[in-house]
Design a protein around this ligand. Structure first.
Ligand code: CTP
Length: 399
């Protein structure tokens, strides 16, 4: 009963392979999962809602504007009341709609409204799969955190052969188990990550901020989750989506970030990748500051709490390994060594954020790992690769 108690929302797309999704329902239930189905209009050309309902033991949903459905559960609750979403078969059209954010029927609306982890099992004609448009949509969906199983290669309808066959139901079940039953060096560990900038209000419409995009911190949170950890991400204001499957707490100011971090303890590993504002406006007002001719307002600043130093110096609940980042524009390693000492952390990941490097907001990063035992410099890597390598390295350092 590997999937015992897991609630699966199965979206069945329109394609001849839809008949296999009936077998998938059976396999999922054999392993203890609860399955609720949505059938697209296309799917209903191949399998009936009655068949899906009989096999799943639950009402099968088909219509966005079904009065009974909306009164009973509603599309937003459908998108929420599950642990995972499987789309099988995922047609080229469904993939395009998901990649484009369309919501013109129940299936696509639920897929747009859900924040649950999604597993897609594509099935289509090989030419459609290999078409640049589908491959583009695949890349978009992967970047959005959607997971894929298949398609497989083999003989297809219309006597064609190539990639496009729906993965076998047991392969889909195995991919799901891998997604839901975590594995990796951080299984059983809680990892806390801060990411993004903080905004320090001046008045209700103005604030002090910095150029951090949150890309590196969010990538670290994703890499830790991939390594099996339970992850809490405390994020300042960013334009990035919440990483799927990761508890994300949104904050605005440094004070809120510290409170959220303290509330999330205990943690085995804490990685402070946020670019926290060092100062806040001491006398931020609730009323918008008005322009007055000839008068230039001046801002009095107050020091913000140092979140990294506060957590690293805790007596109780200090995470086993505490990692800070250092954003520097010159003498990167010298400054990082001083920061390591001052902040009381175990490791500093130092990067050069001079404008010429394009690190702030960019996709690449060159980092130096500075610890009591020395300095290790990594080559220029994509931020995702820095994240994975860092997580692998830190997993080894955990007590
Ligand atoms: N940091 C923090 N809380 C703050 C300031 C910084 O937790 N109030 C953390 C950052 O998340 C980062 C590390 O401290 O992990 C280094 O931040 P940085 O701004 O580079 O260093 P500062 O201590 O602010 O020093 P300076 O601005 O003088 O370089």
């Amino acid at each position: 009963m590997t999937l015992s108690g897991q609630r699966v929302l199965l979206v069945i797309g329109g394609g001849i392979a839809a008949y296999k999704s009936l077998d998938l329902i059976r396999r999922l239930r054999e392993r203890g999962a609860r399955v609720r189905c949505i059938l697209t209009a296309g799917a209903q050309q191949f399998v009936t809602p009655l068949a899906a309902a009989s096999l799943s033991g639950e009402h099968a949903h088909t219509d966005l504007f079904d009065r009974d459905d909306e009164a009973d559960i509603g599309h937003i609750r459908l998108a929420r009341d599950a642990d995972v979403v499987i789309v099988a078969p995922a047609t080229a059209n469904l993939m395009a709609k998901m990649a484009g954010g369309h919501a013109d029927d129940l299936a696509s609306t639920v897929l747009l409204a859900t924040t649950l982890p999604i597993l897609l099992a594509p099935a289509m004609n090989p030419r459609m799969w290999l078409h640049p448009a589908t491959q583009r949509n695949l890349a978009v969906l992967m970047a959005d955190g959607v997971r894929f199983v298949g398609p497989n290669e083999g003989p297809m309808a219309e006597a064609e052969t190539g990639p496009g066959r729906l993965a076998e139901p047991l392969e889909i079940v195995a991919a799901l188990e891998q997604m839901l039953v975590p594995s990796g060096p951080l299984v059983g560990r809680h990892v806390l990550v801060t990411s993004g900038p903080t905004h320090e209000p001046i008045d209700p419409v103005r604030y002090i901020a910095n150029r951090s995009s949150g890309k590196q911190g969010h990538a670290i949170a994703r890499a830790a989750a991939e390594a099996g950890a339970r992850v809490t991400l405390v994020s300042g204001p960013v334009t990035l989506p919440d990483p799927p499957g990761i508890r994300t707490i949104h904050v605005e100011t440094a004070a809120e970030m510290l409170a959220a971090v303290e509330a999330a303890l205990p943690a085995d590993l804490a990685i402070f990748a946020a670019a926290v504002a060092d100062w806040r406006v001491a006398d931020a007002t609730d009323r918008k500051i008005k322009k007055e001719p000839g008068r230039l307002p001046s801002l009095a600043l107050a020091e913000n709490p140092d979140i990294l130093a506060t957590i690293a110096h805790r007596v109780s609940d200090r995470p086993g390994v505490v990692v800070g980042f250092a954003a520097e524009t010159n003498d990167v390693v010298v400054h990082a060594r001083q920061k390591l000492e001052r902040k009381g952390c175990d490791l500093i990941v130092a990067n050069d954020v001079s404008t010429a490097t394009g690190v702030m907001g960019g996709d690449d990063n060159t980092v130096h790992l500075v610890s009591a035992t020395g300095v290790e410099t990594w080559p220029k890597l994509r931020k995702e690769d820095v994240a994975r390598r860092l997580v692998a390295e830190l997993a080894q350092r955990l007590p």
